[in-house]
Design a protein around this ligand. Structure first.
Ligand SMILES: Nc1ncnc2c1ncn2[C@@H]1O[C@H](COP(=O)(O)OP(=O)(O)OP(=O)(O)O)[C@@H](O)[C@H]1O
Length: 376
């Protein structure tokens, strides 16, 4: 007989919430349940502060549903998509009302820091394809050339491309219990959500997986001592991105945009998203800003360059610089050899190092005047 949502909810009656002892099924926290043959997928709504406490509940839910005859695979994620003010899914809301439970809400506190990691920054873009991952990789190598210990966390659930940009193959190994060793390339420690999420995982499921995956990548990876961890965020400004911005103890965010109007509009949304969760904006960088002909050296502003600088001024956030549209950037990035590492003397690499310098300065705060020494 085909599996039904009621079969799943019956199994979830046996899973209890730690604080109240209430059943998960009755809590109103179970989102829409997707059933595809023997595969069952759903998310448990949590407050952003509960990620660690609710992990055992997630596991218990997976094993309870896994025990239903006919179930071949279960995927359960924790999601804080229901940020204050956002409505829960219709199904979850109906169950909540039926059981007379209070809805989610309240302020979202800041996520706890990661021992050994001094600062975490996000590289984000309002839309895909603007060169966010290429910028992340070259910025990270650039920060390392400035003498910092740097890690890269690829959190782009929709298209994790950091392993490819760094030419990494294979999977991270377990060092102890659930802790993974990060991969290493060009002196950086690297972890990608691509190592944790199966390529076949449906897109609809990736958003709900965000909290567990980001928590695991932040806290169950042996990062060691890092000055900066650079996070390649998923493009866009939807629920998944907002949740991630809330769940990650970010010191600041770099927004990547191309100069076109539409990309700039999206960049503006990105700035607004980080402001909403009180993450400081380190600035906007304009990628594919201008083109220098490799044959004749002529410069063309193909996308009416300068838009990001104006947008940054308009939004009162720093402008971090311009990266040209250049074949060597694409070739090295797509070939697993970021240009700052593979051709550090090129003008393109220098543009990224200048960006890294700006970001580093932004992280150490506005320059303070040296104290005046008075000799009496
Ligand atoms: N400045 C640049 N000059 C030339 N090519 C570039 C530049 N920046 C990025 N690219 C190329 O553009 C393509 C998209 O870049 P990238 O994957 O970094 O974008 P993205 O914004 O991370 O995309 P998404 O997150 O949507 O997958 C890649 O082929 C990359 O090599």
């Amino acid at each position: 007989m085909a599996l039904s949502q009621n079969d799943v909810l019956r199994a979830l009656e046996l899973v209890k919430l730690p604080a109240s002892g209430q059943s998960l099924a009755a809590s109103g926290r179970v989102g829409d349940i997707l059933i595809d043959g023997g595969k069952v997928i759903f998310a448990i709504g949590i407050d952003a502060t509960e990620a660690n406490a609710m992990e055992p509940v997630r596991k218990a839910a997976e094993s309870a549903v896994g025990g239903i005859p006919g179930v071949t695979q279960v995927l359960v994620g924790l999601t804080a998509d229901k940020a204050p003010g956002r409505p829960p899914s219709q199904a979850a809301e109906a169950r909540r009302q039926a059981h007379g439970q209070p809805g989610p809400g309240g302020p979202v506190p800041k996520a706890a820091g990661i021992p050994g990691v001094k600062q975490i920054i996000a590289v984000a873009s309002g839309k895909g394809g603007v060169g966010k991952s290429t910028t992340t990789a070259n910025l990270a190598v650039g920060l390392a050339t400035l003498g910092l210990k740097v890690g890269v966390l690829d959190a782009d659930i929709y298209g994790p491309s950091v392993p490819k940009i760094f030419g990494i193959t294979g999977k991270p190994r377990l060092v102890s219990g659930r802790t993974l060793a990060p991969m290493e390339a060009y002196g950086l420690k690297i972890m990608s959500i691509g190592f944790l999420i199966d390529e076949e995982t449906p897109m609809i499921w990736r958003g709900p997986m965000v909290i567990s995956a980001i928590t695991q990548m932040l806290r169950e990876v042996a990062w060691g001592d890092l000055d900066v961890l650079v996070v390649d965020m998923p493009p866009g400004t939807g629920d998944a991105q907002l949740t991630m911005a809330q769940q990650t103890p970010l010191a600041g965010a770099v927004i990547v945009s191309t100069p076109q109007d539409l990309a700039l509009l999206d960049a503006r949304r990105g700035v607004a998203m980080f402001k909403k969760v009180e993450v400081p904006i380190l600035g906007i960088v304009e990628n594919m800003s201008y083109f220098i002909c490799p044959e004749c050296g002529h410069r063309s502003d193909i996308f009416a360059h300068g838009g990001a600088r104006h947008e940054a001024e308009r939004l009162h956030v720093p402008f971090l610089g311009e990266i040209p549209l250049a074949m060597p950037i694409r070739e090295t990035s797509d070939g697993g050899r970021p240009i700052v590492a593979s051709d550090p003397d090129s003008p393109h690499a220098k543009a990224y190092v200048a960006l890294a310098r700006q970001v580093k300065a932004g992280l150490s705060g506005p320059a303070r005047a040296a104290p005046r020494i008075v000799i009496e």
